[in-house]
Design a protein around this ligand. Structure first.
Ligand code: NAP
Length: 249
């Protein structure tokens, strides 16, 4: 019996859990942060909530006698990824990072890449100062909203899975949705709200690409926030199949 921990919260993590849970020789535990009110649950055992940093995770790995760990968290869950790398180094539990590829700019795209959310906010501030009030499609998650709300001349359509912490300022319209989205739907949304620019993290994957296709069709500029760097020295794969092979090996 091989005991595998999947650090989850993504579609890839659920797909991996489904594949591994179907194998009678695997005992799979998926871990979720517990942030989303009504998460999509993976197959197999599920545990919720933080471990208490690298120390807590290392202790949990030992107590549960985990043989292998796959970090299949979202590309922007940098703290969890760093914690997993540290706990793996300390305990000797093999770690694999499963990370979907980032998005690539193609013909017709008008993207500006920035290194961080505050840098994205600074770009918006600059745009509003230069060209007048900007109506922004913000898809960077509810917890990032405070970084953007104080910008003069900026109105935000903020789309998130769960509502942001109140109070929500007057210049913000919250749209609760979790996708997947269609190009038609995204085009309609951009037109209806007369949006001038899209701000997104480089999450990658297919679930949320419709907004990028819609932006391309309408010539809408995109501010693309780059991913945080991966920890060094940890094996990384891009597909669920490659992760299944690694776990089995
Ligand atoms: P984060 O900033 O890297 O993590 C903050 C803390 O939350 C971690 O230190 C850890 O607490 C706990 N945590 C995070 N992921 C966990 C997991 N899978 N299982 C148990 N504890 C976890 O992460 P985040 O950006 O808040 O993301 C939280 C979760 O949402 C992740 O699982 C991620 O896959 C998912 N998600 C994130 C995004 C995003 O844009 N960031 C988007 C979609 C889904 P301890 O230190 O106490 O262990």
């Amino acid at each position: 019996m091989r005991r595998v921990l999947i650090l989850g919260g993504t579609a890839e993590a659920r797909a991996l859990a489904a594949e591994l849970a179907a194998d009678p020789d695997m005992r799979v535990v998926s871990s979720l942060a517990g942030r989303v009110t009504d998460p999509r649950l993976p197959a197999g055992r599920v545990r919720m909530g933080g471990f208490g940093g690298p120390d807590g995770l290392a202790a949990w790995l030992a107590a549960e006698r985990i043989d292998a760990m796959v970090d299949a968290t979202h590309p922007f869950a940098a703290r969890m990824t760093a914690s997993a790398a540290e706990a793996a180094a300390r305990t000797g539990v093999p770690l694999l990072i499963l990370r979907r590829p980032g998005w690539r700019e193609g013909p017709g795209d008008v993207w500006q890449r920035v290194a961080s959310l505050p840098e994205a906010a600074a770009r918006l501030h600059g745009m509003a100062r230069q060209h007048g009030p900007a109506r922004v499609f913000l898809t960077t998650g509810r917890r990032s909203l405070p970084i953007f709300t104080g910008l003069a001349g900026v109105w935000l359509l903020a789309r998130s899975v769960d509502p942001p912490e109140p109070p929500v300022p007057d210049n913000v319209h919250v749209l609760l949705d979790r996708g997947p989205y269609t190009v038609e739907g995204e085009l309609a949304l951009i037109r209806e709200h007369r949006l001038d620019v899209l701000v997104t993290k480089d999450s990658g994957g297919r679930m949320t690409t419709a907004k990028l296709v819609a932006a391309r069709e309408l010539g809408l500029p995109v501010i693309m926030v780059d991913r945080p760097p991966l920890p060094t020295g940890v094996r990384t794969v891009e597909t669920v199949g490659a992760a299944v092979t690694w776990v089995g090996g």
